[in-house]
Design a protein around this ligand. Structure first.
Ligand code: SAM
Length: 155
């Protein structure tokens, strides 16, 4: 799954397919709190382009939303493009329960927090040491004593 706005969505969709993924659709995320646009239509949506390697496993008993309406976090926001947890928690459910969620652009770690809340394992990559620290703190706050015991004493 890749988030983009209207400018990057066509390229994102092409890149996904050129990388060998089978595109499954584009999920609009409507942001009610977006700014008005003088002289034109308000740009109040982002788009989540999603695809699978091979074919979609349609034997799983899950039914996920086709669109989202949510504002970006305001209170306690620590990253300029921080994603709402209520959206991320739905998105990570596409990963099988015994699978691993990967976010190669982790930022403040919202995908990882959502993955842990939904019982999935998580691997994150973040270029900025500042945001990597924030993500680590947010992830550690979600871990239970049992998770630390499983990961061993160095966790
Ligand atoms: C759109 S933000 C992610 C925000 C995140 N979803 C959240 O809720 O906080 C993208 C992040 O990718 C990081 N980034 C950019 N290029 C990267 C790279 N080549 N490798 C790893 N991280 C990268 C940026 O530092 C930025 O924090």
């Amino acid at each position: 799954m890749v988030f983009s706005d209207w400018r990057q969505e066509p390229t994102t969709s092409d890149a996904l397919q050129m990388a060998g993924w089978t595109r499954q659709g584009t999920i609009p995320w409507i942001k009610p709190a977006s700014r008005p646009r003088k002289g034109g239509f308000k740009q109040s949506a982002e788009f989540i382009t999603w695809g699978v390697k091979g074919t979609l496993d349609n034997n799983r008993d899950i039914y996920l939303p086709g669109h989202f309406t949510a504002s970006q976090p305001r209170k306690d926001r620590v990253h300029i493009t921080q994603k709402p947890l209520e959206i991320m928690q739905q998105l990570v459910r596409i990963c099988p329960e015994d699978g691993v969620v990967l976010d190669p652009f982790t930022g403040s770690g919202s995908t990882g927090v959502a993955a842990l809340l939904e019982g999935r394992r998580f691997v994150g990559v973040e270029l900025s040491p500042h945001y990597a620290d924030i993500a680590e703190q947010r992830l550690r706050a979600e871990l239970t004593q049992d998770d630390f015991a499983l990961a061993g004493p160095e966790a």
